[in-house]
Design a protein around this ligand. Structure first.
Ligand code: SF4
Length: 483
């Protein structure tokens, strides 16, 4: 089918927006308002590191081969006809299909065909987008050769026929989305929407119609099912009897339905509902939080900071000491891991009833991943941390099991920053885990000792606030919900 000439061209670079939300990719292409893009230092950092990586690949290729820069689709065709060894910033246009692809490189293969190649820092985070992009370059080239991904760690990955289904799905859906004159109807998704540049455009209409997916734990399919049963607003859900709600996807059984009804009531009233008394383990509590950098040269996360808040339970007026293990570079990753294990061993000796409190499963899964990375699953300290008698305690669990809160997300900051809940405020308003990664990468790139010291101090301050927040959350739970 010929691509209608009045529709925008389909661009593989839309794959990220498309994979997140149909409305987002429609607004990117057809939105008619001036958008104030959200300041996103993390995204900016990813772009800068990606460009630097692309330049290093360009340098490497140009040391070995003749490279020409393409200036237009016609120029790309001319360079390809001239069998130029490498074409940089190629522009592949198929007017019939209405697709334009911009591979970083086209490399002349010994078979005489061109092979598309992109520079990507890693495959792990954005696999679907990469499959779409490289799959479409292959489609545009009509090539049976796999496309190449030059990875940040110096390795290469190859994308072949396995990407065709996803790439074709992208083209079909994009054509449908772009054909519509109206914004696609979608559900609210807290994790996607709050990080989206169109948040302020989309959120008020969702709130006005009391969209069910504004509620924590009500996913799109559950909202569809509730709507089919006539429960199409938060108010209607709040006034429903849990037993009268039919089973719908992700909302089956009395407990889940009861919780959904309370979540709707909490959304409307701001009230807290307690399902059961909170039970916290007895012992010597130390609060624990890590900061990791996903943007490493080798594609493996580097935990640059393992932070601990050690409260003094001797009655010394609430004194809390902040202790930590820090490593400057990913080359020191193993050393930092061993220092972390030594730190844990020290706590274990000092406090036989140690409770290592953290928030969410990230800390435990990182310890498991590190043990695997360094072949240390049987190390005694690892066995202590991950075994049946583990001191690790995820503070999110008693919250999720026992409380319904007036929140759309149950992250540490959601609960702790809320004035009517824990009401703990981070010293730096801007700070967050991605903020910490940006600061750490600035620290890595900074030659001046004074500025490096300041950046490190700020990152440590943020981590200290994180572990202090889990401590304040523990105190809040003890004071209000233990019985
Ligand atoms: S705010 Fe949400 S619904 Fe709106 S475009 Fe972004 S992700 Fe989609």
């Amino acid at each position: 089918m010929m691509h209608p000439p009045d529709l925008p061209l389909i661009k593989p670079s839309d794959a990220k927006s498309w994979s997140l939300c149909a409305r987002r990719v429609w607004l990117d292409n057809k939105g008619e308002f001036d958008l104030q893009p959200l300041e996103d230092a993390f995204e900016q950092l990813v772009i800068e590191l990606g460009l630097a990586h692309e330049q290093s690949i360009l340098q490497r290729l140009s040391n070995a081969m003749e490279i020409h820069i393409a200036t237009s689709p016609e120029d790309t065709s001319r360079l390809m006809a001239n069998r130029v060894p490498v074409i940089y910033q190629a522009q592949l246009l198929n007017e019939i299909d209405g697709i334009i692809g911009l591979p970083d490189f086209l490399i002349l293969h010994e078979s005489g065909q061109y092979q598309a190649a992109d520079a990507k820092l890693s495959l792990s985070e954005e696999k679907k987008e990469i499959q779409v992009q490289l799959g479409i370059y292959r489609r545009l080239l009509g090539s049976g050769l796999p496309a190449i991904v030059f990875l940040g760690d110096g390795d290469q990955a190859f994308i072949g026929d396995e990407a065709n289904v996803t790439a074709n799905q992208f083209v079909t859906e994009m054509r449908e989305i772009l054909s519509s004159e109206d914004e696609p109807l979608v559900r609210y998704s807290h994790s996607k929407c709050r990080a989206c540049p169109y948040y302020t455009h989309c959120k008020p209409p969702f709130e006005e119609k009391e969209e069910l997916s504004l509620l924590y734990s009500i996913q799109g399919r559950a909202a569809n099912g509730l709507e089919s049963a006539g429960i199409d607003t938060i108010s209607k859900l709040a006034s429903s009897e849990p037993n009268s709600i039919p089973d719908v996807p992700y909302l089956k059984g009395y407990d889940k339905k009861h919780r959904a009804v309370l979540q709707a009531k909490s959304y409307l009233s701001g009230k807290i509902f307690q399902l059961n008394p909170v039970v916290l383990p007895e012992g010597h509590w130390i609060h624990f939080d890590i900061e990791d950098n996903p943007l490493t040269g080798n594609g493996e996360k580097h935990v640059y900071l393992w932070g601990f808040l050690v409260p003094d339970f001797s009655g010394n007026n609430g004194h809390e000491s902040f202790e930590y293990v820090w490593t400057d570079r990913d080359e020191e990753d193993k050393q930092g891991w061993h220092q972390f294990l030594d730190q844990i061993e020290g706590y274990k000796q000092q406090y036989p009833d140690l409770i290592l409190a953290h928030y969410s499963s990230h800390e435990r899964s990182t310890i498991r991943a590190y043990a695997k990375r360094y072949g240390m699953e049987d190390h005694p300290t690892v066995a202590y941390l991950l075994g049946d008698e583990s001191p690790l305690f995820d503070l999110q669990k008693p919250v999720l099991d026992n409380l319904v809160l007036p929140l759309q997300g149950y992250g540490l900051k959601d609960i702790c920053k809320h004035r009517d809940l824990v009401n703990f405020q981070w010293q730096d308003e801007e700070s967050g885990s991605q903020w910490s990664v940006v600061q750490f990468n600035r620290f890595l790139a900074e030659p001046g000792a004074e500025i490096r010291t300041r950046l490190k101090h700020e990152i440590l301050g943020y981590n200290r606030d994180d572990v202090t927040a889990t401590r304040r959350l523990e105190e809040w739970l003890r004071a209000n919900f233990m019985s």
